[in-house]
Ligand binder design. Structure first.
Ligand code: ZN
Length: 88
């Protein structure tokens, strides 16, 4: 990977993390507005309360498959917060 490609890949990842951080901080599913719940099986894994088969959902209701990861390294997390501050 060239330096330019590396920088591009990091930029993409930071943008993805900024979006994920915003959704997780909001605490609501962007697809159905149900509350988001942390799935402790993997770090940074959040799922819609309506995620999963009927009978296995945190919040019973119509099925929603939304899930998202916010799993930055400490360095990435600092960069996300820095850019959020700049944008505010
Ligand atoms: Zn949902």
């Amino acid at each position: 990977m060239t330096k330019g490609q590396k920088a591009e890949a990091r930029e993409k990842r930071i943008k993805m993390l900024i979006e994920a951080q915003g959704i997780v901080a909001g605490g609501r599913c962007p697809q159905c507005s149900e509350k988001l719940f942390r799935n402790l099986s993997l770090s940074g894994w959040w799922q819609c309360g309506h995620y999963g088969a009927v009978g296995f959902q945190k919040v019973p209701g119509p099925n929603c498959n939304f899930q998202i990861f916010y799993d930055p390294t400490p360095d990435e997390h600092a960069e996300v917060l820095r850019r959020k501050q700049l944008a505010a």
